[in-house]
Design a protein around this ligand. Structure first.
Ligand code: AMP
Length: 125
């Protein structure tokens, strides 16, 4: 079910639980600002999610209220995860579903990194 990303942060969401180590994830990167792990239902040969460590519901929330250090740290982490996976030359897609029309399902900001084949047009037609 898509979530209303204008609601307050819910500490019981699944990515908050992953951050707290309460449920397992296949982690690929972690630093002060971000955690990256494999998507549980990959939609490309490589499908990684990168999340900020702070309590941000969505891109809208994060871009408006996160500190400069958090924003810089998170953006750099996304780039580093992609680079460390060897994707700079072949290319990759970033996606951050935000709110109801986007079909955001987890109310903790996450950027999808998808790669590993020619991904085709952005949206289904
Ligand atoms: P979105 O629709 O942009 O909110 O994407 C949510 C993503 O989270 C989907 O691609 C799910 O497959 C993924 N997901 C849900 N639960 C987990 C989990 N426990 N571990 C890893 N990925 C998950």
């Amino acid at each position: 079910m898509p979530v209303d990303a204008t609601l307050p942060y819910d500490d019981s969401n699944i990515f908050a639980r992953i951050l707290r180590g309460e449920i397992p994830s296949k982690r690929v990167y972690e630093d002060e600002f971000a955690l990256a792990f494999h998507d549980i239902a990959p939609q490309a040969p490589l499908h990684i999610l990168v999340i900020p460590k702070g309590r941000y519901v969505s891109w809208a929330d994060f871009s408006a209220t996160a500190s400069e250090a958090e924003i810089a740290g998170f953006v750099r982490a996304v780039g580093k995860v992609a680079a460390d996976a060897g994707l700079v030359e072949s290319g990759y897609r970033l996606l951050a579903n935000t709110g109801l029309d986007s079909h955001q399902e987890v109310p903790h900001l996450h950027v999808h990194i998808m790669a590993g084949r020619k991904l085709g047009p952005l949206l289904a037609r």
